[in-house]
Design a protein around this ligand. Structure first.
Ligand SMILES: [Zn+2]
Ligand SMILES: [Zn+2]
Length: 277
């Protein structure tokens, strides 16, 4: 069995393709599980939307479920056995717990993915290309160290919350290639402990291979620590286009095996099983 659980839809305004095209791509890639997990709605503190310009609105949840249904229908028509799973990629923000529980209650999702895209006062979506200039000003090692500390503290809080089945792209903070020098374990260890305690699955996300950092998320050091801590793993593409579904699966599988993983996780209605790599 082979799964890709982190993929997007055009409802987030920065992805392209029809449900049929995504399902066909998943079938062509030989997947047996294709999961849709687009950027979930968020509200500003005053309850208004849009929160930003890269997610669906709350009012679009029915449209999102229709999109997933169209994918299910198309999958059924094909001769290939492929399961369509439905989830959401939810942003971790301070005080988001009530909102996340609300999102959870809207539908019997197969899983929720938790992501850290915002750090600090929740106004800096650090992986947004519009901030390249801000990153360029943070070239000093002291600045990068501070940003990394803030990021990993935030990620640890997300893991501690226990709100999510899967935690996305663990070291996304390196996206534009900004890393502190030396051994990075000290940043990872508290987070690994929190994830292991929470029991959440982490993903090996291949999108990073196509970003300035040129590395999957997370890096090998993180993956080895996660493996030693007994944390479950999925491999995902974070596809925003049908051509990206299951991208670099083989490479990811090699990376996971090198870190000591022997299995990846299958998830259906929050229940897990395991399949060999
Ligand atoms: Zn996205
Ligand atoms: Zn994503």
């Amino acid at each position: 069995m082979s799964a890709d659980y982190h993929t997007h839809t055009p409802l987030c305004l920065h992805a392209e393709g029809s449900p049929q095209e995504y399902v066909d791509a998943a079938i062509n890639a030989g997947l047996s599980e294709y999961g849709i997990s687009c950027h979930a709605p968020l509200q500003k503190t005053d309850g208004s939307e849009p929160f930003d310009d890269w997610r669906m609105l709350s009012s679009q949840i029915p449209e999102y479920l229709e999109w997933i249904n169209a994918a299910k229908k198309h999958a059924k028509k094909s001769n290939h056995k492929i399961n369509i799973r439905c989830g959401l990629e939810c942003d971790w923000l301070p005080n988001c717990q009530t909102w996340t529980r609300h999102l959870r209650s809207l539908h019997p999702w197969d899983y929720l993915i938790g992501s850290v895209h915002y750090i600090g006062e929740s106004t800096w979506d650090f992986d947004n290309p519009k901030w390249i200039g801000k990153w360029a000003k943070s070239q000093q090692n002291a600045d990068i160290h501070q940003i990394w500390e803030l990021y990993w503290n935030t990620y640890t809080k997300m893991a501690d919350s226990g709100l999510y089945d899967i935690l996305a792209h663990p070291d996304l903070i390196k996206k534009f290639g900004h890393k502190p020098p030396g051994d990075l374990s000290k940043y990872y260890e508290p987070t690994i402990d929190a994830i292991a305690t929470s029991g959440a699955i982490i993903e090996l996300n291949t999108a990073g291979l196509h970003k300035p950092c040129q590395e999957a998320y997370p890096d090998t050091t993180f993956l080895e620590l996660a493996r030693d801590a007994g944390i479950d793993l999925i491999i995902s593409s974070d596809a925003h286009h049908p051509s990206e579904v299951a991208r670099d699966r083989q490479k990811a599988s090699t990376i996971a095996k090198a870190a000591g993983y022997t299995h990846t996780t299958i998830i259906n209605q929050r229940q897990r099983s395991y399949t060999p790599l």
